[in-house]
Design a protein around this ligand. Structure first.
Ligand code: ADP
Ligand code: MG
Length: 829
């Protein structure tokens, strides 16, 4: 082997390593270099490497990975990089010169590489959308910098800098015809500007502006905080005699005994003399776009820039949607939609434009998710689990109850997955107590009957133990060997369990993270169930998967997410819902309680505890002041223990405690050694203490409804009547509405829908969950029918063309990549 070839390999590896390091430092964003995005950069190099057979399979694997990279969540990307490193390392070794001179030349033929300096491939996107925004006519470097502040760096980003709303300036009302209570648009000239500071409010200025048109005069009031400098700046936005357009709700002002507009939307059009008719046509007498602005970004400049960009580039906008699809759904073209969404000619064309853009963004999301899943499937090929179902039947027969309709349905859905060749990717959502465990056991029995082993992983030891106790009893009559594996077991016990697992003697193992540790070897793992899946990371799921020859994975969660949101958050999983509780469940009686009535709840708690039952008291924990809240919970705990409930056994549980510590407090509560638990929100999900009957939630208004629902689910698990008291002090109307909804229903899905409606998806989900693109236009509450439509269409496109490689889908595929990589900003792992 020539020395130069070895050094070329070194150069390759060095180059990869360098770009990987940068990518890692940037948080796996698929960063863009001078020419390529990271993944494309790696791909283009991999394409240029010449290989021997040995290396080819590894490099192909790498190519597959980097094809998926832009579509993957950050945690998955991290895994990919890790794997890449390993491959590169071994590729590097394989290309070392052979130590034995007799080894065959054919096998050691090393790639004759082109030099690592990449040639610019023609296929690299020299897309006009990547042209820097400053080159748009009327923009330039200075305004370009202001655009950068709002995330607009390129022409493409400029065109998708969508208006936050539109105002109809084509319908102006003469001042003389204004009526109180009506929304109106008024066009006049600025006549007078003055301001004053109301007594006792030094920091507030009220700016009064008078405008007039041919028919009369109108007063405007604006309120400005923050001292004289800002006040003067604000005043300067109203040059005398300038034309101004305003939009707002007309009010009757009792002081001036006249009509007024308070803080209307407004736009100053420059003074009449300089009016340039061409430019004003963008801002006058039509429906105008209102953009989010920032310092240095004036609305007219934004409009002008977008207008100019459209003029220059609209003819080059190609439509990614196949024509047949557009026609069938009655959607307008892409270029037309962008144009009309910025500068609509009528309300109707605005609506058509928005529909088209919303549909596209949802379709791209769904296609990306389904495509990603399709690629995973084709790479990991699932098991085919085919049985007569006799184990499951035997199990059902000896259960003391029959399945609910919902359990039945979800069981069937799972069976279908198991029997198909594709790997299962299903999430079962079901309210607390809806009976997910039984369904999971049914699935596990299928795998066992087919000759595989099953695993059930829970997030805490207590949960694992509870599952074990129940399931062990259930499976005993079936002659099945059920095992428990948790960290706190003794070494000898663990060793024996592991041996039975490796030999295949054990049929089912239940445990915590301990299941995915090294040294845990299955003889034939066929199905792994992950309970409370949101408590595990992508990585842990992947590790579990790697324990078998690609076992099937079934995830479960008790956190209900509205279907619309589930489709976007879990778009690449199938979602099954157990939306029905077993019969005979008594609702938890839920009441709003004022802080001043706290004493009564205490008295009530004493009665319950005297009758042998147990209580929870929960305090909120808000991120910004975590320490203070923690202190609050600790102080309250001391107070409860010493003053309010002396003589009772009170425990404390909070997020800062170590795992072991938490477990032991919970354990004491399970055993009724603590009669009462004062806790921050860390009360373990899914823990079953049937004897607990009272849940007190302090500052209930600070929790999301879904969270409240989770907390309430901790009680009402036994035969006794259960209660949930929401303690609040001051409540806004909205907060009251929220909490009232909560007191009136026990249905987790209804609550989740309401929560989503009231708080919006961002807050609802908390931190971003997966590598999903931002939706720029879609409103997940209101656009549900578009989401369903996009989902259906995406499914049928992928079903017909899983690789999106058919001619009519090429543009779509490119757009999917573009969409995911440009908007993927989630850095959460
Ligand atoms: P979760 O969905 O919260 O995990 P579990 O599976 O723990 O719910 O079930 C809650 C309780 O309801 C358990 O005691 C379980 O045995 C019981 N259960 C499950 N399904 C039914 C049913 N169809 N009828 C009656 N009880 C049921
Ligand atoms: Mg459960």
């Amino acid at each position: 082997m020539a020395l130069t070839e070895i050094s070329q390999w070194r150069a390759w590896l060095h180059l990869f390593e360098r770009s990987i390091q940068v990518e890692e430092k940037q948080g796996y964003r698929n960063i863009k270099g001078r020419e390529y995005f990271f993944a494309d950069f790696i791909l283009s190099h991999l394409d240029n490497i010449e290989l021997n057979a040995n290396q080819a399979s590894k490099v192909n694997r790498l190519k597959n990975m980097f094809t998926l990279y832009p579509l993957s969540a950050v945690a998955e990307r991290r895994e990919m990089i890790r794997e890449t490193r390993q491959h590169l390392l071994s590729l590097g070794k394989q290309s070392q010169p052979p130590a034995e001179p007799q080894s065959q030349p054919a096998q050691t033929k090393v790639a004759r590489n082109k030099p690592p300096a990449v040639k610019v491939s023609q296929s690299s996107e020299a897309d006009w959308r990547d042209v820097p925004v400053q080159f748009v006519k009327s923009v330039g470097p200075k305004l370009g910098e202001s655009f950068a502040k709002v995330g607009v760096g390129t022409v493409g980003e400029l065109l998708s800098y969508y208006p936050r709303k539109h105002l109809d300036y084509s319908q102006c009302t003469p001042i003389a015809e204004l009526r109180a209570g009506k929304l109106a648009t008024v066009w006049g000239s600025i006549y007078k500007v003055s301001s004053y500071t109301p007594p006792g409010k030094a920091n507030l200025a009220i700016i009064k502006v008078v405008i007039r048109d041919g028919s009369g005069r109108l007063n405007l009031s604006f309120f400005q905080r923050g001292g004289n400098y800002l006040r003067r700046q604000f005043e300067q936005r109203f040059p005398l005699n300038a034309q101004i357009i305003l939009s707002g709700t007309v009010k009757w002002d009792k002081y001036s005994q006249g009509l007024t507009l308070d803080s209307p939307e407004f736009e100053v059009l420059g003074d009449t003399e300089n009016a340039d008719s061409q430019s004003d046509s963008l801002h006058l007498g039509r429906i105008v776009p209102i953009y989010p602005l920032t310092e240095g970004l004036n609305i007219k400049w934004v409009r002008r820039a977008i207008h100019n960009a459209l003029q220059a580039y609209a003819p080059r906008i190609s439509d990614p949607l196949p024509a047949a699809l557009k026609q069938r759904l009655g959607l307008i073209g892409f270029a037309e939609a962008i144009q009309a969404f910025h500068f609509p000619l009528s309300e109707e064309s605005l609506r058509d434009a928005r529909n088209r853009l919303v549909f596209q963004e949802l379709l791209l999301t769904q296609l990306g998710l389904l495509y990603r899943r399709e690629q995973h499937n084709s790479q990991s090929g699932g098991l085919k689990i085919q049985t007569t179902g006799k184990l499951a039947q035997a199990f059902l027969q000896q259960l003391p109850f029959t399945l609910t309709g919902a359990q039945q349905r979800v069981y069937q859905e799972i069976l279908k997955d198991l029997r198909s060749e594709n790997p299962m990717s299903r999430l079962v959502q079901g309210d607390v107590g809806s009976g997910k465990t039984v369904v999971a056991v049914l699935a596990l029995l299928e795998a066992i009957e087919a000759g595989f082993q099953g695993a059930l992983m829970a997030p805490t030891e207590i949960l694992a133990e509870q599952h074990f106790q129940k399931i062990f009893q259930w499976l005993l009559p079936l002659n099945l060997q059920t095992e428990l594996l948790i960290g706190s077991q003794g070494a000898k016990q663990k060793r024996e369990t592991l041996a039975r697992l490796a030999s295949g003697e054990a049929h089912l193992i239940i445990g915590t993270h301990a299941l995915i540790q090294e040294g845990v070897n299955f003889s034939r793992l066929g199905l792994a169930v992950i309970d409370e899946q949101h408590r595990f990371g992508v990585k842990q799921r992947a590790t579990l998967r790697a324990k078998g020859q690609t076992p099937e994975i079934l995830s479960m969660t008790a956190t209900p997410i509205p279907r619309t949101l589930a489709l976007t958050v879990y778009g690449d999983q199938d979602v099954s819902q157990i939306d029905e509780l077993p019969p005979g469940r008594k609702p938890v009686e839920t009441k709003l309680v004022r802080g001043s009535q706290r004493e009564q709840t205490w008295e009530f708690m004493r009665q319950e505890m005297d009758a042998g039952r147990q209580c929870y008291v929960v305090f909120p924990l808000v991120d910004e002041s975590e320490k203070m809240d923690l202190k609050a919970a600790t102080i309250e705990y001391e107070r409860y223990r010493e003053h309010v409930f002396p003589g009772y056994n009170v425990g404390l549980l909070h997020g800062k405690m170590k795992g072991q510590q938490k477990e032991s407090v919970m354990r004491a509560f399970v055993k009724n050694e603590h009669q009462m638990l004062v806790a921050t929100t860390v009360i373990e999900v899914g823990v079953d203490v049937p004897n607990a009957t009272v849940m007190i939630i302090e500052h209930a208004e600070r929790f999301g409804l879904a969270q409240l629902h989770q907390l309430r689910g901790r009680v009402g698990r036994g035969a006794d009547r259960a209660y949930c008291f929401l303690v609040t002090d001051k409540l806004s109307e909205i907060a009251k509405e929220r909490l009232q909804i909560f007191t009136q229903t026990q249905d987790g899905f209804v609550i989740a829908e309401q929560d989503l409606r009231l708080r919006g998806p961002g807050e609802f989900l908390g931190t971003r969950q997966s590598g999903l693109p931002d939706l720029l236009l879609t409103n997940l509450v209101e656009d549900t029918q578009w989401l369903e439509l996009a989902r259906t269409e995406a499914r049928s496109i992928i079903a017909a063309d899983p690789d999106l490689s058919q001619f009519q889908n090429r543009a779509l595929k490119q757009e999917v990549y573009r969409f995911f990589r440009r908007h993927l900003s989630s850095l959460d792992a």
